[in-house]
Design a protein around this ligand. Structure first.
Ligand code: LLP
Length: 429
């Protein structure tokens, strides 16, 4: 479900016309729907209610304070990967016990900060990290809770850059090594209670099968430990896919049906570190057409947003639906499940949608059907709520765009657009 819909040819988010927001903030602007975020979070919680579950929202997918605050209010935990993300979740009043600190390269400073506030769980990626957490905990006279990240060697069938649970990936430890660490840890790292197993196999996974396979391996691994009763948490990571094209995503209930029975066998509580599933469809990027240019055999629609605003198409060749914010041509006239459109749908022309950056990778779409547009028209880039703004940069010295949250018939700016002063802050001549 998402709350972006056309009414008589005009795009709305919940009760607010997108054009009204863009007039106020300028473009580019990211626009999020509160109702969609709440709906997706509740669907997850509801689907997994038959086993003790904590959804730890993956902050990296969208870390705006307003969004974190919505989720904190709903009782979510948070999956963080840096000291900066820790500061963000504490700012919105997150319960430290519901924070999971992940990441392959935690610094000593970050470990210290996390231990001081008492985060609920570290996910540990290497023996070196385990030793460091133990050492810092001793210095602070604390005891840390940790889950060991294992690499179940499962192919999630997603983009190679978002695959994490195969043998050759840098994440986690193979099961044989992990077993050795579970055996030695109580003696060698007494300040760390190794009470969990963690496996995150990748992102934008649109099949339940890899989860099942990964969980089967983890459950068997858990059972094979000399003291399985000491392990009380299974953290299955994030990665549930969303609909970028049509309805190819999977419902939370479908994942749960496969996963819950396996988790129940272990008696453990389940952690789910979902990011994209919660916010992906809850956001769009709105950009203004600067020029329409015919060149060679191609038509380019040149926008004020680009790879500096949303890098996913350039980095992963990711697909995002794009459609004018105001148009007579209905968006569902295009069959979005296709990879190419040899015959153009009525009322569209074939264009490349590109940005202003001096790079050939700076495109949002290539050879795409789009109703005819002109300078000043607004385009919506859909499903941009996850890994959108958070991956934006100031490349070519473009200030970062604004972010807006829509709540029913109202909207508010939850991050103002940057100014040129913001751009220069901290620099010296
Ligand atoms: N847990 C761990 C350990 C992770 O590494 C990630 C994502 C998540 C949870 C959340 O995954 P999600 O539920 O959002 O799929 N920038 C890429 C995605 C990178 C994902 C990184 N890790 C993209 O735009 O597709």
């Amino acid at each position: 479900m998402h709350a972006f819909a056309y009414r008589r040819g005009e795009l709305f988010c919940e009760g607010v016309p997108i054009r009204r927001i863009a007039r106020r903030t300028g473009t580019p602007v990211y626009i999020y729907s509160r109702r969609t975020i709440e709906d997706h979070y509740k669907k997850l919680v509801d689907a997994f209610r038959d086993v003790e579950t904590l959804v730890t929202y993956s902050v990296k997918s969208n870390s705006n304070l307003a969004i974190l605050a919505i989720l904190a209010r709903l009782g979510a935990g948070f999956d963080i990967v840096s000291g900066g993300e820790l500061v963000r979740v504490l700012r919105v009043g997150a319960d430290p016990k519901k924070i999971v600190f992940a990441g392959v390269g935690k610094s000593e400073r970050e470990i210290t900060e996390a231990l001081k506030v008492g985060v609920g769980l570290f996910t540990v990626e290497s023996e070196g990290e385990l030793a460091l957490i133990d050492q810092v905990a001793r210095r602070l006279d604390r005891r840390a809770q940790a889950a060991l990240r294992v690499n179940p060697d499962v192919d999630p069938r997603t983009h190679k850059y978002t695959t994490t649970g195969k043998r050759e990936n840098k994440f986690g430890l193979d099961l044989a090594r992990a077993r050795g660490i579970f055996l030695r840890a109580p003696r060698e790292h007494p300040r760390v209670a190794l009470t969990g197993i963690h496996a995150h196999i990748g992102s934008q996974i649109t099949s339940v099968k890899p989860y099942r396979k990964s969980l089967e391996r983890i459950v068997a691994f858990h059972r094979s430990l000399p003291h399985p009763e000491r392990v009380t948490t299974l953290d299955c990571g994030g990665g549930f896919g969303v609909h970028y094209r049509a309805e190819e995503g999977i419902s939370a209930a479908a994942y749960a049906r496969q996963m819950v029975p396996l988790v129940r066998k272990t008696g453990c509580r389940l952690l789910l570190e979902m990011g994209r599933f919660v916010v992906g469809n809850a956001g769009i990027l709105v950009t203004e057409v600067q020029y329409v240019k015919d060149s060679g055999d191609k038509k380019f629609v040149i926008c004020d947003a680009g790879m500096h605003t949303l890098i996913r198409p350039a980095l992963y060749e990711a697909f995002h639906k794009i459609w004018p914010v105001a148009t007579k041509v209905p968006i569902d006239r295009v069959d979005w499940t296709r990879k190419s459109w040899p015959r153009l749908p009525k009322g569209t022309e074939r264009v490349d949608v590109v940005g202003p950056i001096c790079e050939s990778a700076d495109f949002f779409a290539q050879e795409r059907p789009l109703p005819s547009v002109a300078r000043g028209d607004l385009l919506s880039v859909f499903t941009a709520g996850a890994y959108g703004f958070v991956m934006a940069s100031r490349y070519n010295s473009h200030p970062l765009p604004a972010e807006v949250l829509v709540e029913g018939n109202r909207f508010r700016v939850v991050r103002r657009a940057e100014t040129y002063d913001d751009l220069l802050r901290g620099e010296a001549m």
